[in-house]
Design a protein around this ligand. Structure first.
Ligand SMILES: [Zn+2]
Length: 287
C-alpha cells in the first residue's frame, strides 16, 4: 500500500516521467506456439479414462499422462479450486505461477500455458478450453483463473488472527500430496506451491494496488480443460472460501465439490506432437 502523503515531493518532471508508454515485458508471439489446432482435434477423439470428486474443504491428487487432458468442472454450486502441478517423475519440477503470470498475464485462459519452475521452465500444461472465457476484465479490474494469489494457508491465518484452521488450501494440498505419494506430511508440505486459482475472480484495486477477490461467476456445468504436456501429478483443493465472495480460512462459506476428469485420445491422434524437453539453458551461469 502506498502512503497517502509521500515523504518526498514530486520532481518538476513527474508527469512526464509517468507518461512514458508501457512496454510489454514478454511478447506472447515470441513464445513457442502450443499447436492448439492439433491438440483440440485430438481432444475431439478422446475418451474419459478416470474421474474423481474433490470434496468441499478438501483436496485430492490425480495423475494425467502426457498427451491426455484433464477437465476441472463446477458441480452443485459456485466453487473456487486451487491447483498444483508436478512432473510425475520428479516433483522438484513444479508449476511456476510467477513466471506464468509474467509470460501470459495475471489471469489465464485458452491457449495459455502453465510453466514449470527453474531450471526446467517448460510448459506443464496448455489450457485448451474455458467456459468462462467470456468474462474478460470487469469494471473493477477483476478476471477469472488467476496466477496472482498464493493459496490460503494456516500460517497467514495464524499471523492475522492467532487462530488455527486446518482446511486451508495449503493444508488440503499437503495432505493430498502426502497421501498420493506416501510421503510424510512435513516432507510433502515443501512441495506445495503457489497455485492456479481455478474459477477465482480477482484483481488489484486501481487506487491502492491491493489484491481483491469477488464472487466467482462460475456456475455448475462450467469447466476449464488442460492438455498435459508431460506426465503430471496434479492436486486440486476445493477452497474453504467457496465462491470467495466473502472470506476464506474458515468453515463459514458455502462450499461445493469440484469434479476432475481425465480424457485420453487414441494412439496416433497426436502424431505431430512431442512432449517438450526441459529448458535448453546449460546452467553454467557464466562460469
Ligand atoms: Zn483456498
Amino acid at each position: 500500500m502506498k502512503p497517502d502523503r509521500p515523504d518526498h515531493p514530486a520532481p518538476s518532471d513527474a508527469d512526464a516521467r509517468r507518461a512514458v508508454p508501457p512496454v510489454l515485458v514478454y511478447r506472447p508471439e515470441t513464445l513457442p506456439a502450443p499447436g492448439l489446432d492439433q491438440i483440440r482435434k485430438a481432444r475431439g477423439m478422446a475418451e474419459k479414462v478416470a474421474d474423481l470428486l474433490v470434496p468441499p474443504r478438501e483436496a485430492r491428487a490425480f495423475e494425467v499422462p502426457a498427451g491426455s487432458f484433464f477437465r476441472i468442472s463446477s458441480v452443485e454450486g459456485p466453487q473456487v479450486g486451487d491447483l498444483n502441478l508436478w512432473n510425475a517423475h520428479d516433483i522438484s519440477e513444479r508449476f511456476f505461477s510467477g513466471k506464468t503470470r509474467a509470460l501470459h498475464g495475471t489471469h489465464v485462459s485458452t491457449g495459455d500455458r502453465l510453466w514449470s519452475c527453474l531450471p526446467f521452465l517448460r510448459p506443464l500444461a496448455t489450457i485448451t478450453d474455458d467456459t468462462l472465457d467470456w468474462y474478460g476484465i470487469d469494471a473493477d479490474g477483476g478476471a477469472v483463473h488467476d496466477v496472482i494469489g498464493t493459496r490460503c494457508d494456516p500460517y497467514t491465518h495464524c499471523l492475522l488472527t492467532g487462530g488455527t484452521y486446518h482446511h486451508c488450501c495449503h493444508s488440503n494440498l499437503t495432505r493430498a500430496l502426502a497421501d498420493h505419494l506416501r510421503l510424510p506430511l512435513r516432507e510433502a508440505e515443501w512441495h506445495v506451491h503457489d497455485v492456479l486459482n481455478v474459477f477465482m475472480c480477482t484483481g488489484f484495486t486501481r487506487d491502492t494496488g491491493q489484491y481483491f477477490m469477488k464472487a466467482s461467476p462460475v456456475r455448475p456445468g462450467d469447466y476449464i480443460e488442460f492438455f498435459a504436456e508431460i506426465d503430471l501429478v496434479g492436486a486440486l483443493s476445493a477452497c474453504p472460501g467457496g465462491d470467495c465472495s466473502t472470506g476464506h480460512s474458515s468453515d463459514e462459506a458455502a462450499c461445493y465439490p469440484l469434479l476432475v476428469e481425465v480424457f485420453t485420445p487414441p494412439e496416433g491422434a497426436l502424431k505431430d506432437w512431442a512432449s517438450p524437453p526441459a529448458n535448453g539453458y546449460d546452467r553454467s551461469h557464466g562460469r
